[in-house]
Design a protein around this ligand. Structure first.
Ligand code: IMP
Ligand code: MG
Length: 178
């Protein structure tokens, strides 16, 4: 693998697709065990998680469903502050075992707004899986149950993650060179 340039920025190889795939198989094996007697509904958060969701699903052998959703946030008038609505959700979350699928948890702001909005639908359970996690970037404490890779607080692209809308198609993950 070699360095690449996207727009004006240089990026260096960080996590190869081979390593990503090995880790995703491990995550899938854990879900297969943990949800063996249940039927989880995955909520894949677009756009970033589409590639992760597709690869993870190939290794799940339990009965399960998935819905791809976009988040729209607006300042609600409720006491909880920012309310997040799920665009594209076509299934009821009530009494479902919901697993949120994220590409990356950075500050934690997105999830800290999203999770209470999901709880309002009264799911039977709610867990979060993210392929990538930046613990050092956290400004909002959030629940994360399954993590693919803990990574340093540096900007990355590829495997679904974008810079200025580009680079989602790269099969390996690259890190910004500074
Ligand atoms: P958070 O709300 O700060 O946790 O960030 C959530 C979203 O920011 C992620 O779902 C990504 O879409 C985006 N994001 C955070 N870090 C990166 C990165 O290093 N590369 C690309 N997108 C990122
Ligand atoms: Mg995202």
């Amino acid at each position: 693998m070699k360095n690449i340039t996207i727009r004006d920025r240089a990026f260096t190889p960080f996590i190869s697709y081979d390593k990503i795939e090995v880790r995703i198989r491990e995550l899938a094996r854990r879900v297969n065990e943990d949800y063996a007697d249940r039927e989880p509904l995955f909520l894949a958060i677009l756009n970033g998680s589409f590639m992760f969701a597709a690869d993870l699903f190939k290794y799940l052998d339990i009965s399960c469903a998935i819905s791809f959703v976009k988040l729209a946030s607006y300042k609600g008038t409720t006491s909880t502050g920012t309310v997040v609505s799920l665009i594209g959700l076509d299934e009821s979350l009530k009494n479902r075992d919901v697993i949120v699928l994220e590409d990356i948890v950075d500050t934690g702001k997105t999830l800290s707004n999203l999770l209470p909005s999901i709880e309002e639908h009264n799911p039977a359970s709610l867990q979060v899986m993210t392929l990538l996690n930046k613990p050092d970037a956290r400004t909002h404490e959030v629940q994360v149950d399954y993590v693919g890779f803990d990574i340093p607080n540096k900007f990355i692209i590829g495997y679904g993650l974008d810079y200025d809308g580009l680079a989602r198609n790269l099969r390996d993950i690259y890190q910004l060179m500074e």
